[in-house]
Design a protein around this ligand. Structure first.
Ligand code: ATP
Ligand code: MG
Length: 151
């Protein structure tokens, strides 16, 4: 699924829709250059997950932990070895939900059944390319597609 996000509000709307489509056990990976809208999208996902009081930017904190096993991870500045040392695998177990910025920092970082969002700048706005790695993510992606068409 590929969508145009003409302005910030669209990024927020997509994040909200993704958040509503993903249940516990979901991992969402965000990939895109500096300023591509990852944090904007992540915060909308967290809002849809009913997280209140998110930090403005987690850039200096690698993992923000919220109630109900919700995580916001930002891997900016980390190399492959450092990412491996974080032991993120332990977060992906059971009913946790996570949104991960810079999800391309290391290979195999996300669980196979993750939903990934590639963000790119385009003509002052952004494009988002969504892909599902397995059955749960595919189900979520289907819901996102339907909700996006409706709104
Ligand atoms: N669809 C859009 N069109 C135009 N501007 C947008 C869009 N989505 C987000 N922005 C703007 O892009 C800027 C960067 O957004 P954001 O901080 O979310 O990016 P980021 O990928 O997290 O960047 P960094 O890698 O530096 O943390 C913000 O000013 C935000 O308002
Ligand atoms: Mg950011």
């Amino acid at each position: 699924m590929r969508v145009m996000l003409a302005a910030e509000e669209q990024t927020v709307r997509l994040g909200w829709v993704i958040g509503q489509a993903t249940m516990s056990g979901s991992v969402i990976g965000l990939i895109g250059e500096v300023g591509s809208g990852k944090t904007t999208l992540a915060q909308a996902v967290l809002a849809a997950w009913q997280v209140v009081g998110t930090a403005a930017s987690p850039t200096y904190t690698l993992i923000h932990t919220y109630p109900h096993e919700i995580y916001h991870v930002d891997l900016y500045r980390l190399d492959e070895a450092q990412v491996a040392d974080l032991g993120l695998d332990e977060l992906w177990t059971g009913s946790a939900r996570a949104v991960v910025e810079w999800a391309d920092r290391a290979p195999g970082l996300l669980p196979a059944d993750a939903l990934t969002v590639h963000l790119q700048t385009a003509n002052g706005g952004r494009t988002a390319q969504l892909a599902a790695g397995g059955p749960n993510a595919r189900r979520a992606l289907h819901l996102v597609e339907q909700a996006w068409k409706r709104s």
